[in-house]
Design a protein. Sequence first.
Length: 396
Amino acid sequence: MPDFRREEQSASAEAKAKDDVGSGDDKPAQAERRRFPRSSTTIGEEQRQQIPALKPLLFSTRDLEPRAQFAAWQAYIAPLIDIRLPDNISTEAGFLAEHVAWNLGGILITQQSTPPHSYLRSQAKVKTNLVDHWHISVLHSGRTWTEVDGLVSEGEPGKVELRSLGHPFRGRSTEAKTLSLILPRTLLSDAPASTDVKNNVALSGTLTKLLIEYLDIIESNLVNFAAADLPHVVQTLRDMILASVSSWAAQSAGTEQHSILTLTERIRRFVENNLTSDDLTVDRICRELGISRTKLYQVFEQEGGVHHYIQRRRLLSAHAALSDPANREQIVDIAFTIGFSSAAHFSRAFSKEFGYSPREARNLSSPHYSGQVQPPMPVDGTQSFETWLRMLGHNR
């Protein structure tokens, strides 16, 4: 009968001998692999990059008495447009409207739901308002009709409407849900395709469809975007808008009215890009853009003349700088930067234009234009939709 105990002892001894040979001095021992914890700083940075960056401004008439709803909505939307109810609708019936605004830094995005109404951005509001941006809207439901200088643009789902807030317009809307973009004029002015941007048009086509699909993706991710995402989102949106505009322009035949509007936008862009130049004169504008003085004066007749328009744009730029809490430049330095050669002249012109001094404008809660309805402030009291509009393009 085999001696299993002896065999087990023998096998154990052989195994031990092999281990001793394998661990001899002629073969260096494998260094122990030490695992160090990841830097807490790196982890913290990664976590911060993933924190949602956007906090929306919310406004709704839902919790108000029906008869107070329309007046509240009028006040909130007043920085953009004046609105009226249809003739057969009373304010007693209520006006259930909602508005959500998101500030991406270079672009504002708004989500809006409204009953039927008519709207107007008058010449008086254009002259006394602190915004001169592009407004782009996409209807999820409903229809709109907007008129500029006798030319009517019809908006409906599947189209992208584009118009300038620096030009009067009026129109009407059915019950509608709308996604809107508000872009500073300069965002579209420094690309070759910007010459195709025209006022009050309804874009359509394959590239417009792709733009709408991308906007749908953005809308569904607004609550998730981190701060690092925002510059890429803004840049991609800008490029897709310009591509859609260029495609539309290539397929559209220009009318005389559109040619005049295009010339107006060309002049506006030139002025905006040269606000700080001390050589921004009528002669230079005519020379650079290849137009006559008569045509230039005709284009800006309703603006109070070319000189008044240039000065107003400079004053608006100064107002935005003074209202920016992060900008602590001396007032006189801001005046010289935007093209004023005299601090006293700047102060007088500023006070005449806005009704308060440059020093008072340092406070974001400075007085508004007389007669302008003041919108309600958000709960925290630090920001408002009007402030976002006013600062857009100046605080990036």
